[in-house]
Design a protein around this ligand. Structure first.
Ligand code: FE
Ligand code: CA
Length: 541
């Protein structure tokens, strides 16, 4: 439950703030941490008139730089679409400071960033020229108000000889279905980076299951104002806010940032694509407004927004963040009546699934990715993407073979092209991470899934959900026997992946929390896998 005392907030007037760093006349952040979640989370006490209720974030590291993010929102869940976050009027100048120490004593950079009214008064400040590979601290200031202090790593230089990179990997954090203890535990493990692999928000409201807290307004988000408030509500969660303040982020999306199981311009409910693209434009815009993305790369253009990119961590690792939603072909055999209800397609009823014309990444992204993979000189090559990649052949009732068509199993030719390319360009130590299924899956990605003796090209780790409910364990365990390249499946726990990349090995832990619905859940390690450099398969430690 969210604490919300009154809706009678004053709106920030443009004249009070335009061009000035004076304290705006507003009555604000009457929001606090959810009951039972405040202790030990490091969330500062919310104050009245606080434009920084939504906290801070940093991400998109470049050599010697990064993007700093905040969003002015003194009334974060304002239900007035003309006053997002309780803000009105023109651009607002927000001061920022970057320091070499966590107490902000040794300031290395000061500047003024713009909070853009066209983007809900969000700030995306690209910073460069700092020392590559070094940790900094930062904060924003507006008049008398000061944000919490965030921590950020400047990207290493291309030639830097990093000994280790620790990455946390998260997906599927349904606010209604749980608390975000997993995010808090991840922050406490101090990864260098967090990779968000999709379903960061959920657009819908749950009507099927009992929930632990409610999405604001009890409505499915469809408009820009509704998507903005959905992100704002998630960012009021103290554990997510802590993670963003502590850990530099990379983000891609999956379907629930827009609409369940959409593909490209095609919605699952067969909406007119022109109408659906209006919704997609609103959803993408709100994603941009709330993530520490580079404006020079990702500022949205209508329903289009580029988020795929690669990030270099010296000679140790390159991370490719892939967009598996925006450019994909519609799901195979798309169309009423069946496509709208069930996403399993049968081998004997949908030969279209196998068509090599079907694309998961779109031609331009695929070309970019294949070229970037060929050019990579990194020791480890990490692909962060949204959905299960390994073949998942499912024996269904009546002896038929089915495939879940919303993941790479709906796009097998595109999947096989990517795996073959990694193999043929002799990509060093590829590792694929994904989300979406609310279950742990450890797989070997085969050059030819039909032949178990064919080479394993990469390990795949699919992360379980941060909080979203799990698929039925027994049902999915049955499919594992049909798929010998699957080494492990477990859907009964919530959590995240923590991976330590070193020169000679990658150690990947499947972390779990004691109860996704408990704001004070404890942390445990379910499994640990070690991938030795030069080997494409992960071995249980
Ligand atoms: Fe999900
Ligand atoms: Ca999903």
């Amino acid at each position: 439950m969210i604490l919300r005392s009154r809706r009678s907030f004053l709106k920030l007037s443009a004249s009070a703030a335009a061009g000035l760093l004076s304290a705006p006349a507003l009555v604000g952040c009457a929001y606090g941490p959810a009951p039972g979640t405040s202790s030990g989370t490091g969330l500062r006490t919310p104050v009245k008139n606080d434009p920084f209720c939504l906290g801070v974030a940093a991400g998109s590291p470049r050599p010697g730089g990064f993007v700093l993010w905040t969003r002015l929102a003194p009334d974060p869940l304002s239900d007035d679409p003309s006053a997002p976050g309780g803000m009105r009027g023109g651009p607002v100048r927000v001061a920022y400071e970057i320091a070499a120490d966590p107490r902000m004593r040794s300031i290395v950079r000061k500047g003024v960033a713009m909070a853009d009214p066209d983007f809900a008064y969000s700030v995306h400040q690209e910073v460069g020229g700092l020392v590559p590979g070094v940790t900094y601290w930062y904060r924003f200031m507006l008049g008398a108000a000061s944000s919490r202090i965030g921590r950020v790593m400047a990207g290493p230089a291309a030639h830097d000889d990093l000994a280790r990179l620790r990455i946390g990997i998260a997906s599927c954090s349904n606010y209604e279905q749980g608390y975000f203890s997993a995010y808090r535990h991840m922050a406490e493990e101090k990864p260098d980076l967090v990779l968000f692999l999709g379903d960061y928000i959920y657009e819908g409201v749950d009507t099927r299951f009992p929930v632990v807290r409610r999405h604001d307004g009890g409505i499915e988000a469809r408009t820009l104002a509704q998507y903005r408030n959905r992100y704002a509500q998630y960012r009021l969660d103290p554990d997510l806010q802590l993670l963003h303040a502590q850990v530099t982020a990379l983000a891609t999306w999956d379907d629930h940032e827009v609409d369940n199981d959409y593909g490209g311009e095609f919605s699952r409910s067969f909406e007119d694509p022109r109408l659906f693209l209006q919704r997609r434009a609103a959803a993408y815009r709100a994603f941009y407004e709330h993530m520490p993305l580079r404006p020079s790369l990702s500022r949205p253009n209508g329903a289009h927004m580029r988020i795929h990119d690669s990030y270099n961590f010296g000679s140790l690792a390159q991370i490719f963040m892939i967009d598996g939603r925006q450019y994909r072909s519609p799901s195979p055999c798309y169309g009423p009546p069946d496509g709208g209800r069930s996403r399993v397609v049968y081998e004997d009823a949908c030969p279209e699934r196998l068509s090599s014309a079907r694309s998961m990444l779109g031609a331009a992204q695929e070309k970019w990715l294949f070229g970037s993979l060929s050019a990579s000189r990194a020791k480890w090559n990490v692909l962060g993407q949204n959905v299960l990649m390994a073949e998942n052949r499912q024996h269904m009732e009546g002896g038929r073979i089915g495939y879940w068509s919303d993941d790479w199993n709906g796009y097998p030719a595109a999947r096989d092209r990517l795996i073959r390319h990694m193999h043929e360009c002799k990509l060093a130590n590829p590792a694929v991470f994904g989300g979406d299924v609310h279950a742990y899956w450890v797989n070997e990605l085969k050059l030819d899934f039909a032949d178990h003796k064919s080479p394993s090209v990469a390990s795949e780790f699919v992360g379980t959900s941060i909080s979203s409910y799990s698929p039925p364990y027994e049902k999915f365990m049955k499919f594992v026997a049909d798929n010998p390249h699957m080494k492990y499946f477990e859907s009964r726990h919530r959590g995240y992946i923590l991976s330590d990349i070193e020169k000679d090995r990658m150690t990947t832990k499947l972390q779990i929390v004691s109860d996704g619905r408990d704001p004070q859940a404890r942390l445990a390690t379910l499994k640990t896998y070690v991938t030795e450099a030069g080997r494409a398969n992960a071995m249980e430690a």
